[in-house]
Design a protein around this ligand. Structure first.
Ligand SMILES: Cc1cc2nc3c(=O)[nH]c(=O)nc-3n(C[C@H](O)[C@H](O)[C@H](O)COP(=O)(O)O)c2cc1C
Length: 388
């Protein structure tokens, strides 16, 4: 229903997103868009690149006087660093004998080695420029448009960091509002254990090493019944899982505390159903993470993503030289030590996009107002069932 295509290299002139299928009438504020983009850049442990790029979004189509028109939206984010790379990434011209910053010592964990073999490239730069997480700037921009849209329906998403390098944030006793507030207030986007996490990143960085971690995305205010149990590929579980795993370096995902649930008895896991209040059926707990049968339950959606440690290491691992096949150390170029907080922000964007797609599926998507009428009707139908 809702489609996005992104293009652009990490050090090319720009990153572009084309988003098709947005309804007309989404009100977009330039300030909110800029503020949303800045959240992706936050994070103690990010490399110097984030200081260079302002990540200003230019809207080239689909928006008029601050409202979507229903036409495809084109979003452009220029790479300021490109001016230092024009001789390395020109679209035309003969390839010189020696190319500056050629990458021929692939990094374990990155796309370098498999990419050059698959695409038959001599310089892994052809691969890593696109595999780079710089691409996600486009999806975050699209996510901010969707955030404005779903916000109209009272749907709110936030993310926070649960752990970095094995250092966990203890969250007992904290509600969503407090977790959100605390996470937004620091550069690790965590609700607790800030100093310990920061020290872990500092120490790994000082050793020429890197860290991963786990983030959680929480979405509140979702209507009951987005997604379906009728077709496996349209189950929201599978779509949200795919969205999370599309983020570079995210290698695991969890719906609710899924791995912990797997160690417990059913009686300790399933969310008991309580009589309706004001027509709204409630649950005693939310260990399902807001999904049952591939559909939203109306409780908060809770998704976790496990990010592996960054694969570019200052103290490199063993590799081979692509030119000779001889053993060597992997290459290094400017890199993050840890990017888990940013991954959480990217996850918000891809999760919101997936939910927006499911909203269009259920409610149609010509205009935001049509959707509102449809949602009100649907909510009223569901409430009436148990209204006293
Ligand atoms: C926000 C973010 C920033 C990242 N920064 C780096 C980085 O600076 N250096 C690096 O080697 N990998 C970085 N990565 C991870 C790589 O992009 C990723 O590991 C690589 O493309 C290979 O893909 P895969 O890990 O999904 O298999 C980052 C990922 C994210 C989400």
């Amino acid at each position: 229903m809702l489609r996005i295509l992104t293009a652009g290299e990490s050090h090319g002139p720009q990153i572009t997103a084309i988003v098709e299928g947005l309804p007309a009438g989404i009100v977009v504020s330039e300030e909110a868009l800029a503020a949303g983009m800045a959240r992706r850049q936050v994070g103690f442990g990010r490399g110097a690149r984030m200081g260079i790029e302002p990540d200003a979004v230019q809207v080239r189509s689909g928006l008029r006087f601050g409202e979507t028109t229903g036409a495809p939206l084109t979003l452009v984010i220029e790479n300021r660093d490109h001016r230092n790379w024009t001789a390395i990434l020109p679209p035309f011209g003969p390839r010189p004998e020696e190319v500056d910053r050629e990458v021929h010592r692939p990094r374990p964990g990155h796309a370098d080695l498999v990419g050059v073999l698959k695409y038959d490239r001599q310089d892994a730069r052809d691969i890593l420029e696109r595999a780079s997480a710089r691409e996600t700037v486009a999806r975050v921009a699209a996510g901010e448009i969707v955030r404005a849209w779903l916000g109209e329906f009272g749907i709110l998403a936030f993310s926070h960091v649960l752990s970095i390098g094995g250092v966990e944030a203890p969250l007992e006793g904290l509600g969503y509002a407090e977790i959100r507030e605390r996470a937004e207030a620091n550069d690790l986007r965590c609700a607790a254990a800030y100093e310990e996490m920061r020290e872990a990143i500092r120490s790994a960085g000082a050793d020429g090493d890197t860290l991963g971690g786990v983030f959680e995305v929480v979405v509140q205010g979702l209507p009951v019944g987005l997604g379906t149990s009728m077709a496996p590929d349209r189950k929201l579980d599978s779509r949200l899982g795919a969205a999370l795993l599309s983020i570079p370096a995210v290698k695991g995902c969890e719906i609710g505390p899924a791995f912990e649930n797997a160690t417990r008895r059913g009686s300790q896991v399933h969310d008991e159903i309580l009589p309706a209040e004001d027509g709204v059926v409630r649950r005693r707990t939310n260990r399902a993470g807001g999904l049952e049968g591939g559909m939203t339950t109306g409780e908060a959606l809770r998704l976790r993503g496990a990010m592996k440690p960054i694969s570019t290491l200052k103290r490199p691992l063993a590799s081979i030289d692509l030119r000779s096949g001889e053993a060597c150390e992997a290459g290094f170029e400017r890199s993050d030590v840890c990017a888990v907080p940013a991954a959480g922000v990217i996850a918000e964007a891809v999760v919101l996009f997936t939910l927006a797609d499911a909203m269009v599926e259920v409610l149609g998507g010509d205009t935001v107002e049509d959707m509102r009428v449809g949602l009100d009707f649907r909510n009223a139908r569901i409430r009436e069932r148990f209204a006293k």
